[in-house]
Design a protein around this ligand. Structure first.
Ligand code: ADP
Ligand code: MG
Length: 348
């Protein structure tokens, strides 16, 4: 009788242990699955007037994507000319004001590009953007008189920035960081992700691609450069890591009036959309702000001046240039990492 009780007790304990073991296997399995889910996260969203996506690999992927998006939204609220209470809008409305750290950084980078490009890049182009209706999307060819008036307000030379970052704009002058804002944002986000331990990520901020490290398997990323005709015959593929790849082209934002197409990259010398035989310029650089700024700048400069500029700064970036005559040009730093079904002309 007593032995039987002992036996039942032992059996019960044995079964209990078995049940606990099975339960633990399930718990571990769940944990592993959650861990895997945490290893990669991607989110698409709309910000800065364009479609964006952020994908992050590694631990806490979802949390890191959320941090990235929060930073993009913070900078959007600060820099947008479309939002009346943004810092940039306030400066434009008040003819000046105190620059925060981010707008101060952007102003420094914009001034550098302005002087290096002999005025091809000029953030005071905003009155002209407005005259063409690019600001409020009421696109139209401006009257000659209106355009001349707007153009007379354009000149970074006359923007004063004091040592304590107080900016003063001449009457009627307004600024727009649209040509570098996404690149700067990508740089900032990359910095935040790296500080949070992220070793592998890709940001696509409306065609501004920023790579963090290599792919999780240790290989280079392959970034296709869109064909402006919208077909899937890419201009080519860049194989690289830890770089920004940014394209500017007249095909991105434009309108047609009386059979003529007008786009959103303006020559500050004329006030008209740039027309110099280029379809698109792609910059590859470790510096995201520079990549964005230079894609706009070199597009304005045209092939000859752009080539000259690259020869003076070839350690800082490379470019891919696609012309209306169908020819494709790359600078020599890309020759081992760029492939294309087009014939490639190399610039040295
Ligand atoms: P996107 O923003 O469409 O990717 P870009 O980086 O080339 O393209 O930037 C174009 C924007 O830059 C315009 O929408 C305008 O805000 C601004 N911009 C246009 N022309 C110039 C210029 N010559 N210098 C500086 N900024 C410019
Ligand atoms: Mg740009």
């Amino acid at each position: 009788m007593r032995n039987k009780k002992v036996l039942i007790a032992l059996l019960s304990i044995g079964m209990l242990i078995a049940v606990i073991r099975i339960a633990m296997i399930f718990v571990n399995y769940e944990k592993e699955q959650n861990q895997k889910k945490e290893d990669y996260f991607k989110q698409n969203f709309f910000a800065m007037d364009t479609y964006m996506s952020v994908q992050v690999y590694g631990k806490n992927a979802q949390k890191n994507v959320e941090k990235a998006i929060a930073e993009i939204e913070r900078l959007d609220a600060l820099l947008s000319t479309g939002k009346e209470d943004s810092e940039v809008s306030q400066i434009n409305q008040n003819g000046g004001g105190k620059l925060s750290i981010d707008t101060g950084n952007l102003m420094d980078r914009a001034k550098y590009l302005y002087s290096e490009s002999d005025g091809a890049f000029d953030i005071s182009i905003y009155p002209v953007m407005k005259a063409w209706g690019f600001a409020d999307k009421d696109y139209h060819v401006p009257e000659e008189r209106v355009l001349r008036e707007a153009l007379s307000k354009v000149s970074m030379d006359r923007i004063r920035v004091s040592v304590d970052k107080e900016v003063t704009l001449p009457a009627g002058t307004e600024i727009d960081f649209g040509g570098i804002a996404k690149g700067y944002t990508a740089d900032r986000v990359a910095g935040i992700l790296k500080a949070n331990g992220v070793e592998s990520a890709m940001l696509d901020l409306g065609g501004n691609v920023q790579l963090i490290g290599k792919k999780p398997d240790g290989s280079d990323w392959k970034i296709a450069i869109q064909n402006p005709d919208g077909s899937d015959h890419y201009l080519g593929v860049v194989k690289t890591a830890d770089k920004a790849i940014v394209t500017s082209g007249g095909y991105e934002r434009n309108f047609t009036q009386d059979g003529v197409t007008y786009h959103h990259i303006i020559d500050p010398k004329t006030g008209y959309p740039v027309q110099n035989g280029l379809v698109s310029v792609t910059i590859v650089s470790a510096d995201g702000t520079m990549a964005d700024g230079l894609s706009t700048t070199l597009f304005v400069m045209g092939q000859e001046r752009a080539t000259e500029y690259w020869r003076q700064h070839s350690s800082e970036f490379d470019f891919v240039m696609y012309r209306e005559d169908g020819t494709l040009w790359i600078t020599s730093g890309l020759k081992d990492c760029f492939s294309s079904e087009f014939e490639i002309n190399e610039i040295e």
